[in-house]
Design a binder for this molecule. Structure first.
Ligand code: UDP
Ligand code: MG
Length: 310
């Protein structure tokens, strides 16, 4: 039997949300009248989500569990889901029900019209802190400006992707993954569908500030050289300033002025340049660290338990 829809939900400590997720998803997916599967990727949960996923899989054969050996992160969990998926259309959805399963029907409609990537655009977001809204909004706009691929604004990973796009995505084994960027990079016919992002059903966000920063860094370094070019720009600015400043200071000295004397002047310029150089080194380090990770060529994830790949 060929499966039409593979739904992928990454799960990191979502014990309370799993039954509701399964219930709402199965209701929506059954209404399509087409065969579907639900791939639940347990990303090293420690709250019993693991057992819950296994129970669900034992009672419903459409549920296929992929259990990680530890926490590998959201983007990697979704990647694993794609690796194990068998459907003609793959839907990525959050397990906390912030992405309403009912929207999948609208995504599927566009897919049937011939679009190969149908991404869901957040027209409204409920129940999120002003800090999250502000940082998310800034991030989407920053990344839109500085990357070459045009990643649609206010769009997360909630989307439907055709099998042929997923096959390309799965063949891209980069470790610092930014899936929405990769999906834009691949191309094909893409379209957005607006939806209202709900509040989390239960529990707290699994994206604390530190993870958000890392996610942003992965997105930026993965799709842009702009941070590397900042060093060049700053270098030109500093050199330009000194070209102007040297004759000015020399002239002032000749005229008998005492304005640029003493240690303070030296200290300020040394600290300024030292700062610029250290920041540039740090940016270089970010890229080099990522190159090092790629070169090691370790597997993206380790599974404790997973269905057979087909
Ligand atoms: N998630 C995951 N691994 C992680 C962090 C999050 O699999 O290390 C999952 C999480 O269980 C949820 C989805 O990724 O299904 C989105 O996470 P969350 O809702 O916490 O992010 P937010 O919506 O707050 O940005
Ligand atoms: Mg969420």
């Amino acid at each position: 039997m060929t499966i039409t829809y593979s739904i992928i939900a990454p799960i990191y400590n979502e014990f309370e949300n799993i039954p509701a997720l399964w219930q709402r998803l199965s209701q929506v997916m059954d209404s399509t009248g087409e065969p579907w599967e639900l791939i639940l990727v347990d990303d090293g949960s420690s709250d019993g989500s693991n057992e819950r996923i296994r129970e669900l899989a034992a009672s419903d054969e459409r549920v296929r569990p992929v259990i990680f050996a530890r926490n590998f992160g959201h983007q990697i969990a979704v990647t694993a889901g794609m690796d194990y998926s068998r459907g003609q259309a793959i839907v990525v959805i959050d397990a906390d029900l912030q992405d309403p399963p009912e929207v999948i029907l609208e995504l599927a409609k566009k897919w049937k019209e011939g679009y190969e990537v149908v991404y869901a655009v957040r027209s409204e977001r409920e129940g999120e802190s002003w800090f999250k809204l502000l940082t998310a909004s800034l991030f989407y706009r920053l990344i839109y400006r500085i990357t070459d691929v045009k990643i649609p604004l206010d769009t997360g990973d909630f989307r439907l992707i055709d099998r042929k796009v997923v096959d390309v995505m799965s063949s891209m084994r980069e470790r610092h993954r930014f899936l929405r960027g990769m999906s834009s990079w691949i191309g094909f016919k893409q379209i957005g569908v607006e939806y209202k992002r709900a509040a989390r059903l239960s529990g707290v966000t699994k994206y604390p500030f530190k993870k958000m920063i890392k996610f942003a860094q992965d997105g930026i370094t993965g799709f842009s050289y702009f941070p590397l070019q900042i060093a060049t720009y700053l270098g030109f600015i500093a050199a330009g300033l000194s070209v102007v400043a040297i004759p000015v200071v020399a002239a002032l000295r000749l005229a008998g002025s005492h304005s640029f004397e003493g240690q303070t002047t030296t200290l300020i310029s040394v600290l300024f340049l030292g700062g610029v150089q250290l920041i540039s080194l740090g940016i270089l380090g970010e890229y080099i660290g990522r190159i090092y990770d790629e070169v090691k060529g370790r597997p993206l994830y380790v599974v404790r338990d997973a269905p057979k790949k087909e």
